[in-house]
Design a binder for this molecule. Sequence first.
Ligand SMILES: Cc1cc2nc3c(=O)[nH]c(=O)nc-3n(C[C@H](O)[C@H](O)[C@H](O)COP(=O)(O)OP(=O)(O)OC[C@H]3O[C@@H](n4cnc5c(N)ncnc54)[C@H](O)[C@@H]3O)c2cc1C
Length: 497
Amino acid sequence: MIRAYRDKGKAHQWDIYLASLFPLLTQSLIDWNFTTTNEGNTAQYHDIDGINLPAGKVLGGSSSLHHFYHVRGVSNDYESWANASQDESWNWDGLLPYFIKSETLEDPLINSTEYGQYHGSDGPTKLTRELNDATLRYLQAFEEIGKNIEEDINIGSSYGFSQPMFTISNSIRQSSAESYLSPIKEQSNFHVMKNTEVIKILFDDDNNAIGVEAVTSSGETIKLYANNEVIVSAGTFNTPKLLMLSGIGPKDTLESLDIDVISDLPVGQNLQDHMAVVVAHQMEETDAVAAAADPGKFPVPTFVGYSAVDSTQTYPDYISLNLICKNIPSIVAQLCSVVIPLKKEVCEEIITAATERELLFSVLTKSRPWSVGNVSINSTSYLAAPVIETCYLTDERDLEENAAYLEDFVQVAKSSVFQGVGATTVSVTLPSCANLTVGSTDYWKCYAQSMMIRFAQLGSVTLCVVAPTPWKTLEFATCTKSSRYLAFSSKSRSSVK
Ligand SMILES: Cc1cc2nc3c(=O)[nH]c(=O)nc-3n(C[C@H](O)[C@H](O)[C@H](O)COP(=O)(O)OP(=O)(O)OC[C@H]3O[C@@H](n4cnc5c(N)ncnc54)[C@H](O)[C@@H]3O)c2cc1C
């Protein structure tokens, strides 16, 4: 196994392990620090020219910097995989045994109920919950507006609002490295080369992959040959980059860079990356002083919601992650200025709303985006970052549906729980939406476009197939723009052709 690790610099072990420190990990030495190309369609209120696309550059990959939520998804998601692959083993029932096999749920409450049958007791990934009473009135509020409340949303068949499971055990992050590699690290037939980056896949005369070329931490280029097979799992952005550098990818791209074409395939096309929209609710005044957080726990109480606008629907349309910040503006500041990061003036308004108040900080993501982007390369150097066009919201349906989800979600402000404490939906100043009526569908479309962020929690996919057909026959959309709501005044932004 070969894994790119940190760039030069000191490894700070605890930032990876401790849940409370997750906001420090994006844009750090263990992040590949990719950004999108500037597509001029979204993210006008981001503090950088583009959008950060964090991806773990460390053992365990992104699971070593991710946000701990253990959400399996619902059976409908897997049904669509089974339909697409015409292989029933990809549906929920086919995958459930593997979910169970992969985990040890350390939650006596769930394990002692009917839900226990959906969870494992001796798998490598240890899971816990951090039940917190602060979530209860929020769950009640969402129930009041018609949402289901679930003890366990990881059983496939139900959806609603729930306190989540975390990939945390004994105060330690359960990354895939911690779960799968640590237990076998002394095994004699297991070898890991850290700080080593694969730069090319090697092929024999019949185009069989036989090994890789890699650059070690000392800068030496080496060739490694496989006894059986080469498995490439370098993540959504680096896998297509590596395939293209190795001669597998769109012919036009490869030829433009004088790369010998081994196989002309649409590698890097059909990127499906999730975006989310930030929305905050200001709750009651409080002079509570936040207790010093346990560094091994998630920094604030949280709950997740799987929702559908049509309450009779049997599967959700959108997911919300909700953080309860009780007079703790420093966490809000970290989220909006480091993890996202939004422009200073937008962030300041949200931080102010969180000062001496309880604030519900939510991010809403559409489970199945229509917009598709692509990953490509513009250099033969392995040091060059892949060119990533996420194309968020370029399909008009995404804009309409995100607006509908926002309208649906903020109904919670009408619940007696919210009304009882004089709660309001935080209306940040967005000059580009200034001439729209707050709360109208057009306003929410504009808001979604303005307050969008990347949502890495659901992961992303792109085509990395090496099989010759049927992918060749598919047509892939390019990044065409949807209608604009934003006034592009402060910066001129280039457009994607
Ligand atoms: C900020 C963030 C928060 C997230 N939060 C959650 C969450 O709360 N819950 C959840 O379930 N999921 C979450 N995710 C998503 C989840 O982490 C990813 O879906 C998952 O890690 C993807 O696994 P992967 O193996 O496909 O790729 P990765 O995890 O990206 O692993 C790829 C590995 O390959 C290495 N690599 C890349 N190129 C090379 C090369 N050329 N040579 C050698 N090694 C290379 C990388 O360094 C990395 O170690 C989050 C992701 C991010 C980025």
